[in-house]
Write a protein that binds this ligand. Structure first.
Ligand code: HEC
Ligand code: HEC
Length: 332
């Protein structure tokens, strides 16, 4: 009898532990989110124009979310989604899919409400509650102003519906759990500070996610604060690697670049007589306004200069600063 009681005791203890672990796990790893509302963004000509500018030009959303030749979407496929080539030369073998964001009812976001689309863009949670992975740069879009978010959603609704079934994103263990810890709800109004040229530039750089590419990330994909805008990452897009350059106002960065040539570089994708790697979204930035480019330039002049030689034109060598291998690495 005592034996039976002991076994039963163990059984209850193990069951209790299993329940606690399960509850802890799901509570800990469920994304922090908020319920969606029935908010509707009214379509106005201003919002349509601004939304087009954000989705097609400034945010280059359309480049990621369409099958493309690395420069721009294949004509007639805009917004229909594609399987992204792997990001870095790193060991994570994820399959990342940029979904169909046209209004197709079955394979796109035609059935999503405005708030569901807005929540995905700024807060990283899909309609079904799943956390989006960080290839969708929602961490930057968190700071997108309410009016710009409304404009982006209004414009997305006008993309021609395209039926394009795609595979699901597959992340390797434990990343599929870790991504759930990142989303945070946006619960108060977001109104960007537009009081100075630099502040305006800072906001534009956020929506354009320049820092996402032009910084260094460690092995696990965390951006290194001391190397914001200082480049060094080796991005692999299919088989063509690109080292992202330093765009801080240092001699090893773009200190000598004038505002006029800065606008030219961003719009033409040419620098020093060389065509830049197509990952730099110049085909999209070609449509940026002079004012926006001047503001971005002013902001980049105001960030701390970082000494970090990154030279795409010479062979890759190990770099002591960013721990990557890139052109000119041995000069750091
Ligand atoms: C660098 C590539 C990239 C850029 C730039 C990008 N996205 Fe995404 N987006 C993704 C990926 C990848 C996902 C899916 C992530 C996942 O499933 O875990 C996604 C998901 C989404 C979703 C959710 C759709 C769904 O079915 O889950 C929406 C809506 C969206 N993006 C809109 C935008 C908008 C609007 C912009 C520009 C302001 C943008 N994206 C810029 C890669 C990108
Ligand atoms: C998707 C990644 C990506 C994004 C987003 C991006 N860039 Fe780039 N950028 C690159 C790559 C890659 C190169 C280097 C190409 C080469 O050297 O061939 C580059 C080159 C440049 C250059 C040329 C500098 C030099 O020394 O060669 C400037 C300036 C620049 N980017 C500024 C910006 C600004 C400003 C933004 C935001 C408005 C931005 N980039 C957004 C990837 C990106």
């Amino acid at each position: 009898m005592r034996k039976v009681a002991r076994i039963l005791g163990w059984f209850v203890a193990v069951l209790f532990l299993a329940i606690c672990t399960f509850l802890g796990w799901t509570l800990l790893f469920r994304p922090l989110t908020r319920p969606v509302t029935n908010q509707k963004f009214e379509s106005t000509p201003q919002r349509l124009a601004r939304g087009r500018y954000i989705v097609e030009t400034l945010g280059a959303c359309i480049k990621c979310h369409s099958p493309n030749n690395l420069l721009k979407p294949l004509p007639g496929t805009e917004g229909s989604g594609w399987v992204l080539p792997p990001p870095h030369d790193n060991p994570w073998k994820h399959k990342t899919v940029a979904p169909n964001i046209t209004s197709d009812m079955e394979t796109g976001i035609g059935l999503w409400t405005d708030d569901e689309i807005g929540r995905a863009i700024r807060e990283g949670v899909a309609r079904n509650g799943r956390s989006l992975n960080l290839r969708m740069p929602y961490i930057h879009y968190r700071n997108m102003g309410d009016e710009d978010l409304a404009a982006a959603v209004v414009y997305l609704r006008t993309l021609k519906p395209i039926r394009n079934p795609l595979p699901e994103t597959e992340l390797v263990f434990p990343v599929q759990f870790l991504v759930r810890t990142v989303p945070r709800p946006v619960t108060s109004p977001v109104v960007p500070d537009q009081s100075t040229t630099e502040k305006r530039g800072q906001y534009l750089v956020t929506v354009a996610t320049c820092a996402e590419c032009h910084s260094s990330h460690d092995f696990s994909g965390h951006a290194l604060d001391s190397l914001t805008f200082a480049g060094g990452d080796v991005l692999w897009f299919g088989s063509t690697p690109a080292t992202v350059p330093n765009i801080t106002p240092d001699e090893t960065g773009i200190k000598s670049v004038t505002a006029d040539s800065f606008r030219d570089i961003l719009r033409t994708g040419q620098y020093g007589g060389r065509k830049l790697h197509p990952l730099m979204p110049s085909d999209q930035y070609a449509g940026m306004t002079d004012t926006d480019l001047n503001d971005i330039y002013a902001y980049l002049r105001s960030v701390p200069p970082v000494k970090h030689v990154v030279d795409f034109t010479v062979a890759a060598t190990p770099c002591r600063i960013c721990k990557n291998r890139h052109g000119g690495g041995e000069r750091n």
